[in-house]
Design a protein around this ligand. Structure first.
Ligand code: SIN
Length: 481
């Protein structure tokens, strides 16, 4: 596979290769360019050239092309779903689901493109007329994570194109193939040359690529999903050219079960939220707080469900949890479990890597329930990003809300209660961008996705999703008698 620059498939300038492997067994899927600065610059030159014509295309025409792209993605649902599963490791049903989730953003922003209205402002002057219009900000640099190889590309590129921006993108080093497949479909759907450019690179060489975009004044916006340290680096290094930033960064989501909760529903919600993509989502519950009086019942029901989860390769249609993305990810999960146990937590289910016969290193981790976890443990204050549920007992609402908020992060939170008054109290007190109330699955193209505090800023999806890709220009016409 090759980079996609200016409408052409090109080899990396330095002829280095990056191997993309299947996390279920480490086998090679394909090689892609391990790009460098010259590739990043070529992509940016192409995006800047294309911007001049793409920005002047009518919103309706841009919307039509996005609609074609949406239809092509849906038509290739099966192939794309298999590709996502293969390179990322999520079970096939989830891979197929992600394709439709990605397509929903493309369709949504095709529609939003035609609704980016301006304003006519009541004039304070008899002889002047005042208007505000929306304009695309320019070239957007998109840097995406590996956990949703299709949805994150779609959630960033579709609004950029709808707004009239052009894109340079660097997909995650573990999962670049889905991005390349999507851009092939975009090309067939009529996206002109240079409007989307994809440059692939290894973890080591990603800074070389991204630094070119950070330092160049032609890039007017960066949209990044990934870790908080990298988000801070992007914020610092883009400051010299005052780029706009959308940062969807790390989370540490609390999941609270109150004593008046519907326990069956809470277990169901937790299973859906926690084990989606094997626990590898930014909005996964990372810490579970259960009220003392329902704690034991909840844990018993949860343990029964968790021990029944089937772990295996994404290609096996019966698998519910696939491999973790790579060895580093498994080692982090192992460290969190070890740390919790060393500080007094107890393993109820799972707790270790699953060794597959014949495989020297296995990326499978057993779905795990820990009880007796506390706020000082790594699993409570760092994002585990794996199938581990640490359960902490609590007694008082105000204390659990304070604990939930005692983190630099603020992406998502969940709670279960049957009390209408508590619903409002707790939803308003939680410091985060998204709250699941008696619900474990909330992501949707029509809803605003994003965090507060060190989980970043900007909102993706929803009627707000175009805002970061457009600026407002004020027009004042005088001389009106
Ligand atoms: C993420 O983990 O970054 C995205 C999850 C989602 O869109 O639901």
């Amino acid at each position: 596979m090759r980079n996609f620059i200016a409408g052409d498939w090109t080899d990396g300038c330095e002829n280095r290769q990056l191997a993309v492997t299947d996390p279920s067994d480490g086998s090679l899927i394909a090689n892609v360019p391990d790009s460098g600065a010259a590739d990043a610059k070529a992509a940016l030159d192409a995006a800047q050239t294309a911007f001049n014509s793409w920005r002047t295309m009518s919103a309706r025409d841009r919307a039509g092309i996005l609609k074609n792209w949406h239809d092509a993605i849906v038509a290739h649902r099966e192939d794309l779903g298999r590709l996502i599963s293969r390179e990322q490791g999520k079970p096939l049903a989830e891979g197929r689901g992600e394709v439709l989730y990605a397509a929903s953003y493309v369709e949504w922003f095709a529609e939003q493109a035609t609704r980016a209205n301006g304003e006519v402002i009541p004039s304070p002057f008899g002889n002047k007329r005042l208007l505000a219009v929306r304009e695309p900000v320019g070239v957007v640099a998109v840097v995406t994570p590996w956990n949703f190889p299709a949805a994150m590309i779609a959630r960033k590129i579709a609004p950029a194109l709808a707004a009239g921006c052009t894109v340079v993108a660097k997909p995650a080093e573990d999962t670049p193939l889905t991005a390349l497949a999507l851009v092939k479909l975009a090309q067939e759907a009529g996206v002109p040359a240079g409007v989307i450019n994809i440059v692939t690179a290894s973890r080591e060489r990603t800074p070389t690529v991204v630094d070119v975009w950070l330092g160049d004044e032609r890039v007017r916006k960066i949209s990044f999903t990934g870790s908080t340290p990298v988000g801070k680096h992007l914020a610092r290094d883009s400051a010299s050219t005052l780029k706009r930033l959308s940062l969807e960064l790390g989370g540490n989501a609390p999941f609270i079960v109150f004593d008046d909760a519907n326990i069956e529903a809470a277990v169901e919600g937790l299973m859906a939220a926690k084990f989606r993509n094997g626990g590898q989502t930014c909005v996964c519950p990372n810490r579970v707080y259960v009220h003392d009086v329902v704690h034991d019942t909840f844990v018993a029901k949860l343990a029964e469900r968790v021990s029944a989860l089937k772990v295996g390769p994404a290609s096996d249609p019966t698998s519910q949890i696939g491999p973790m993305i790579n060895e580093r990810a498994v080692q982090k999960i192992e460290r969190h479990v070890r740390d919790a146990v060393s500080q007094g937590a107890r393993i109820v289910v799972g707790g270790e890597r699953i060794r597959k016969p014949g495989a020297p290193q296995s990326a499978y981790f057993a779905p795990t329930v820990l009880v007796g976890t506390t706020h000082s443990m790594a699993c409570s204050c760092e994002e585990t990003f794996g199938p581990v549920v640490p359960v902490t007992r609590f007694h008082v609402e105000s204390e659990v809300v304070a604990q939930a908020n005692a983190t630099p992060f603020g992406l998502a939170a969940y709670f279960y209660t049957e009390s209408p008054a508590r619903i409002w109290r707790v939803a308003e007190a939680l410091e985060c961008g998204i709250v699941g109330i008696n619900e474990g699955v909330f992501s949707a193209e029509a809803a605003p996705f994003g965090g507060v505090k060190e989980s970043g800023y900007g909102r993706e999806g929803s009627v707000h999703g175009l805002d970061d890709y457009q600026h407002i220009k004020y027009l004042c016409q005088g001389g009106i008698q």
